[in-house]
Design a protein around this ligand. Structure first.
Ligand SMILES: NC(=O)c1ccc[n+]([C@@H]2O[C@H](COP(=O)([O-])OP(=O)(O)OC[C@H]3O[C@@H](n4cnc5c(N)ncnc54)[C@H](OP(=O)(O)O)[C@@H]3O)[C@@H](O)[C@H]2O)c1
Length: 277
């Protein structure tokens, strides 16, 4: 049966390849991008695929949390339910890695934006939906002073900390929602041939379909149906123990508390403002 799937960062790399595969299988795909012209080109290309399912495009710069909230609201306006959210958009290097709000861009795009988007879309995902969060083999213990923007990090520490943070909140949110949706963190495989890897590491990289195939499996396959809270390491080709910090309840609580406090400044959605019935 065709599913309705939102993919963030569907304009390039692993997200684009995953969208291409899902669209070709006839699924209804909600493509997110930050660049309207690039998103329009992707929509045009994918809609021409034989057997293409329905396509919709959504523009939002995920480094601006108000735009993340607006993205959730735009999706909720058009859809009563969503089968899968793939939080794929991510950033490693940037010319200016500090956002207007004074936070590190990697923490905002790779950690906070997917948290906020997931939280706002939970009513659409219900108990049977799935949330697939892009983690990485690069993970490092989180310095809360860096997460809150009080100290600055280099590209690799910021990226690796943002990826452990998404792995930690994935597990934490999954534990808080034992009836679903399924929430998993996935390392798609290392050094896959995307612009992040060619620009960031100066190497050609491995076949991007390694990453897209595992996201397809996480989206559709039964072996992820009971995987909520788990970490899939595609370098190992299997579910694996997460970084030890993700198993540490105290450290996880501290990270999630900090994420929540950073997100309190974001405008509530219309639904949040509605008086209880
Ligand atoms: N490639 C790897 O080997 C590898 C390994 C481990 C994990 N990952 C993770 O896999 C995910 C996809 O990465 P990739 O390698 O495919 O990288 P990529 O080719 O650079 O694609 C990243 C996607 O995220 C979007 N994006 C970046 N910043 C954004 C922002 N501020 N607002 C909205 N969208 C934004 C990009 O939009 P534009 O098209 O406009 O640039 C693009 O669509 C990331 O989360 C990455 O950390 C990748």
């Amino acid at each position: 049966m065709a599913k309705t799937i939102l993919i963030t960062g569907a304009t390039d790399g692993i997200g684009l390849e995953t969208a291409r595969m899902l669209v070709a299988q006839g699924h209804s795909v909600l493509l997110h991008g930050r660049n309207p012209a690039k998103l329009a080109r992707v929509e045009e290309e994918l809609s021409a695929l034989p057997g293409a399912g329905t396509l919709e495009g959504y523009v939002a710069d995920l480094s601006d949390l108000a735009e993340v909230a607006a993205l959730a609201e735009a999706v909720a306006k058009k859809h009563a339910s969503l089968d899968v959210l793939i939080n794929n958009a991510g950033v490693f290097k940037a010319a200016d890695p500090v956002t207007a709000g004074g936070l590190d861009l990697r923490f905002v795009v790779n950690t906070l934006a997917p948290y906020l988007l997931t939280e706002r879309l939970l009513p659409l995902l219900g108990k049977t939906g799935r949330v697939i969060n892009l983690s990485s083999a690069a993970q490092a213990p989180i310095d809360l002073e860096a997460l809150t923007g009080r100290i600055r990090l280099g590209d690799m520490p910021a990226y690796a900390q943002s990826k452990l943070a998404i792995t930690m909140w994935s597990r934490h949110m999954a534990e808080a929602l034992p009836d679903g949706p399924v929430i998993v963190a996935v390392n798609p495989g290392s050094l896959l041939a995307s612009k992040m890897v060619t620009e960031g590491f100066g190497v050609a990289g491995n076949d991007i379909r390694i990453g897209a195939n595992i996201l397809l499996r996480a989206t559709l396959s039964d072996d992820f149906a009971a995987a909520s809270g788990r970490y899939f390491d595609n370098d190992a080709g299997d579910f694996a123990a997460p970084h030890p910090d993700a198993l540490d309840a105290g450290k996880t609580e501290a990270v999630v508390r900090t994420i929540k406090s950073l997100l309190t400044k974001v405008a509530p959605t219309q639904t949040d403002q509605d008086p209880p019935q």
